[in-house]
Design a protein around this ligand. Structure first.
Ligand SMILES: *[C@@H]1O[C@H](CO)[C@@H](O)[C@H](O)[C@H]1NC(C)=O
Ligand SMILES: *[C@@H]1O[C@H](CO)[C@@H](O)[C@H](O)[C@H]1NC(C)=O
Ligand SMILES: *[C@@H]1O[C@H](CO)[C@@H](O)[C@H](O)[C@H]1NC(C)=O
Length: 242
């Protein structure tokens, strides 16, 4: 077998050419850990959560068995970095459009990280100024919530309803990531969620991303929740540098 490899800085593709030249198998080599940025918050005490009544410190119980350690968790489905499904805002869809129905192909793939301007929520004008190319399907919005450490503050940057409407009507974005507990600015929570979570649009919002180590640019992303039949679920999101 002939072996040929093509290297980028983080990805190496190995081409295995069968001696008889009837088949060519292409597969990527293992990734170097330095190429991966974990953008999920570790679940620990006092992690910010939209459901502030749930304090994981009080409810994570560790059972010390004789041989193994098992834990029981009782926490909000919005704990930590989390994904929301249409049933989060459309209560009539509670049984049907849950996290399990979200398209996995939207949660994995190329993603563009953009830095939004300081002193503004994510409005239609901000989105226009970012000039996100039309074909881009996944965007992570790094806002002043990260640099200004606003993750657990009441005053933060989020989407306005006109920003959400612009995103739905004039972009191809299906994955919306943000560095706050909610994608929506605080006085438009319902409106923004109704626009972004319209079950016919297939848009998936992920909140509470940890972006302090992330520079704007293109990455490959994996952002998968557990297969839970609820309206939200914690996710493990990673970026892979190109
Ligand atoms: C889980 O936590 C909630 C909120 O603190 C509490 O109301 C509920 O009783 C807990 N459930 C169990 C099974 O401990
Ligand atoms: C974003 O909107 C909220 C109102 O929901 C406001 O309190 C806040 O100051 C705005 N943030 C910025 C950076 O303009
Ligand atoms: C935005 O604000 C953060 C702190 O809140 C600061 O670190 C950063 O330099 C500001 N960026 C610009 C472009 O002014």
């Amino acid at each position: 077998m002939q072996q040929l490899s093509i290297s980028f800085s983080c990805w190496t593709i190995i081409l295995l050419v069968a001696a008889v030249a009837t088949a060519t198998d292409v597969f990527p080599e293992d990734l170097n850990d330095d190429c991966i940025i974990d953008i999920s918050h570790p679940i620990k005490n006092f992690i910010p959560s939209v459901d502030s009544t749930i304090n994981p410190e009080e409810i994570i119980k560790v059972h010390l068995g004789t041989i193994t350690v098992t834990s029981t968790f009782n926490f909000s489905s919005h704990l930590g970095t989390n994904v929301a499904a249409p049933s989060y805002i459309f209560k009539n869809l509670r049984q049907t459009v849950t996290v399990d129905s979200l398209k996995v192909s939207t949660l994995i793939g190329p993603v563009l990280v953009v830095q939004t301007p300081n002193n503004s929520n994510i409005t239609e004008n901000v989105l226009r100024s970012l000039s996100i190319p039309r074909e881009v399907k996944r965007v992570i919005f790094k806002t002043q919530n990260t640099d200004g450490q606003l993750m657990d503050k009441r005053d933060y940057t989020g989407f306005t309803a006109d920003g959400a409407k612009y995103l739905v009507d004039y972009t191809d974005i299906k994955f919306v990531g943000i560095d706050y507990m909610s994608v929506a600015r605080k006085d438009e929570i319902a409106a923004v969620h109704q626009i972004l979570l319209d079950p016919n649009k297939g848009i998936i919002p992920v909140g509470n991303l940890k972006l302090d180590q992330v520079n704007p640019g293109f990455y490959s992303m994996n952002c998968l929740p557990l297969r839970i039949l609820t309206a939200a679920a914690p996710v493990r999101c990673i970026l892979v540098k190109n």
